[in-house]
Design a protein around this ligand. Sequence first.
Ligand code: ADP
Ligand code: GN1
Ligand code: MG
Length: 370
Amino acid sequence: MNQDTLHTGMQEAARGFAVEGEFVECKPWGNGHINDTYIMTFRQDGVVSRYSLQHMNRAVFTDPVSLMDNVLHVTEYLKDQIREQGGDPHRETLDFVRAKTGEPYFVDSFGEYWRAYHFIEDAYALEETSDPQDFYESAVAFGHFQKMLAEFPADSLTETIAGFHDTKARYEIFQKAVEADVCGRAAAVQEEIRFVQERYDVACVLGDLLAEGKLPLRVTHNDTKSNNVLIDEATGKGLCVIDLDTVMPGLAVNDFGDSIRFGASTGAEDEKDLTKISCDMKLYDLYTKGFIEGCGGILTDMEIKCLPIGAKVMTYECGMRFLTDYLSGDTYFKIAYPEHNLDRARTQLKLVADMEAKWDQMEKIVEKYL
Ligand code: ADP
Ligand code: GN1
Ligand code: MG
């Protein structure tokens, strides 16, 4: 999207929400690949309040109204659970602000959709795993999130991105991108393309287990990167699971896996030096422990047994998605430089290869928790 349009829209949106006080400033925030996030400050009688203001990516989320309806239902449901558990519903789940029109979103003069959440203060998101304890706490938080939603009526949710973790369907999209090769990039990335193609079985395994009734469909987060959970500065505990755009029916093992591919990697998602990339077994073990604890007994033995495959499938799928986007001309994920999606794809595929080399170890670690 054009940066001038975005800036003008942001200025309109900053005044479009039912927020008390005088506007102070609005500045870019966070490292998400999809939405544009800002931190917006207001002041009233000397008291400063902050909000996270987000421009919703409509190329990705084509129905922002239904999306906000999902967020409304899920956060209301979570607030009740948090209250029952004696927690603070304003800090432990997202609390959005309505627009002056009364809607849970604001539409700017370009027809773009914005939303605002109360900023959760004194907490931080994990952009990398510098402290294993934080990673463990993020696992407990994502597991607990799943437990809290165990009885949530799944059919009341709109699928915000169709087939989001249908890895087999994503494989078909990848194949089409290889064949179309609209940017003429395929010739130079044959090795990566082959790596994905040789593992078609990985694309099918979880969909098959679901179809056979061996894994239950749950309400899951579906985007469990560790920067989508906030850790409380005061207690060091996982405080709030954020980025609820993809809360939909899904597989628990995918929520586990997405966290592993991001947080248990020894390098950044876009690290160029692949010798720095591997899956850290100590972090994988810690996350397994935390996630199972957080889930508080809801996981079946089959789900626990499938955690390693969840890690591999989500890493493979993410690598394939980055490669698809690179081949298609970078239309989905935000990039900072032309080869960005290729670098990201390479780290994910390197992680898949490393997981294959460590497969016995990955299974043994999970067996400890059965
Ligand atoms: P994206 O979909 O682009 O990933 P997120 O909703 O994850 O967007 O927001 C991006 C970042 O902004 C988060 O990683 C977090 O650091 C910060 N953030 C977003 N909402 C809040 C909030 N309500 N309170 C505190 N930090 C927030
Ligand atoms: C995107 O929005 P963000 O940055 O938390 C993407 C995830 C990918 C991730 C890769 C809606 O997550 O599926 O795993 O990038 N979100 C969407 O880093 O596509
Ligand atoms: Mg995010």
